[in-house]
Design a protein around this ligand. Structure first.
Ligand SMILES: C[S@@+](CC[C@H](N)C(=O)[O-])C[C@H]1O[C@@H](n2cnc3c(N)ncnc32)[C@H](O)[C@@H]1O
Length: 194
């Protein structure tokens, strides 16, 4: 703590002498800390040391196997310990607040928010991580709409060979191997049914 405040002195001195054009300290929204164990402090512009952002140090062992969701034996490399995330969520979320995790990964933070009674919103670009999060939270494993190819859906719904030809003609410019394979399968199914 003392070392943090000592290092912060340099930053503040440089800022007051005009050599730092932009703010270099951590900002936690309105600067409030909440939850059990948090000091009743509002971070102000009163020049207090950098340690005010770290009211407590907390050691947490890495997440045990029981906290690591898996699909077909495959998990996620960066799972956070749930107890740590619950503590952090409590610390920075105001009563009735909503937790936003724009990099959801396997969803530890969303689970922590749920366990602490907060609503949450997650954003994740990796489909496998998204599915792990669904598994962790017991949500239906919906395939994200963006990855469903509407042409494949149309092919699967075709009931005649002419339907397939019409779909091909309409989408010829963006045809691909996956659509060719789906159309062949569908044609075979239509012929078997005839
Ligand atoms: C370290 S993990 C996050 C762990 C997570 N916060 C938790 O509570 O377990 C980082 C995640 O961010 C995702 N990611 C990286 N860039 C992204 C972006 N631009 N949009 C959405 N997700 C992104 C990665 O796919 C990865 O799953």
């Amino acid at each position: 703590m003392a070392e943090l405040d000592r290092q912060g002195e340099g930053t503040r001195a440089a800022k007051s002498s005009g050599t730092h054009a932009r703010k270099s300290t951590v900002s936690l929204g309105s600067g409030e800390l909440y939850g059990e164990g948090a000091p009743h402090t509002t971070f102000g512009q009163d020049g207090s040391g950098a340690s005010r952002f770290f009211p407590t140090f907390r050691y947490q062992a890495k997440a045990p196997a029981s906290e690591r969701p898996k699909i077909d034996g495959k998990g996620w490399p960066t799972v956070k310990p749930l107890a740590l995330m619950r503590w952090l969520v409590r610390l920075v979320t105001p009563p009735g607040g909503t937790v936003l995790d724009p990099f959801t990964g396997s969803g530890t933070t969303l689970q922590a928010a749920r366990n602490e009674g907060f609503d949450s919103i997650g954003i994740e670009r990796d489909e496998f991580a998204y599915l792990l999060t669904c598994r962790r939270l017991g949500l239906p494993e919906l395939v994200p709409a963006a990855v469903v190819d509407p042409v494949l859906v149309a092919i699967e719904g075709a009931t005649t060979y002419d339907d397939l030809i019409a779909i091909y003609v309409e989408h010829k410019a963006a045809w691909n191997d996956e659509r060719t394979a789906a159309a062949k399968d569908r044609r075979a199914a239509i012929e078997v049914a005839a």
